[in-house]
Design a binder for this molecule. Structure first.
Ligand SMILES: CC(C)(COP(=O)(O)OP(=O)(O)OC[C@H]1O[C@@H](n2cnc3c(N)ncnc32)[C@H](O)[C@@H]1OP(=O)(O)O)[C@@H](O)C(=O)NCCC(=O)NCCS
Length: 143
């Protein structure tokens, strides 16, 4: 398994995997073509490849002095094999290499990913977030 920067040829594969993130909320942008294309062009998108097949995706966003994991998803057949943990490791290195000391991940309640983030070194911030009415957990890690 290798994690490499995505290019526009990966867009369709990314979109299919980003569909796993979909929840019913107004203005859900994370699986939209424009959004994905913009993030690829900004060089913020990465893919996990196994024998040349895209099995996972992760994208970042920088805001102020904090690095955010904007999207993270692994295809069903490859979940639970440690790829998510490898993505988090990659995100830590990426944060450090970008000169930041704080990595955050926000996760809608529906994803039920608390265990995943806590196991991978994040702490849960007290303050919850809300996006057009959909609540999300805010996880943070100091690098
Ligand atoms: C959450 C996700 C990225 C984790 O990737 P992964 O490769 O399955 O993660 P790992 O194999 O490193 O770790 C799996 C652990 O995460 C936990 N986990 C949390 N949410 C999970 C989920 N939806 N599916 C599978 N495992 C999940 C499991 O309990 C497992 O822990 P265990 O091994 O102690 O049972 C992946 O399951 C996924 O893409 N889920 C659907 C999309 C999603 O919810 N993305 C998160 C957006 S915040």
């Amino acid at each position: 398994m290798e994690i490499i920067k995505a290019n526009l040829n990966d867009k369709e594969n990314i979109k299919k995997i980003a569909d796993l993130l979909y929840i019913e909320v107004a203005d859900f942008v994370w699986n939209k073509d424009d959004f994905i294309e913009k993030q690829i062009n900004n060089k913020e998108y990465f893919v996990a490849k196994e024998e040349n097949k895209v099995v996972g995706i992760m994208s970042f966003r920088q805001r102020q002095n904090i690095m955010y994991i904007e999207t993270i998803a692994v295809i069903k057949e490859f979940q639970g094999k440690g790829i998510g943990a490898q993505f988090i490791d990659f995100a830590k290195n990426y944060t450090r290499a970008s000169g930041f000391e704080v990595l955050r991940a926000y996760a809608f309640f529906q994803y039920n990913t608390q265990k995943f983030y806590l196991k991978n070194g994040f702490t849960l911030l007290n303050k919850l977030g809300k996006y057009n009415g959909a609540k999300y957990y805010r996880f943070e890690m100091e690098i």
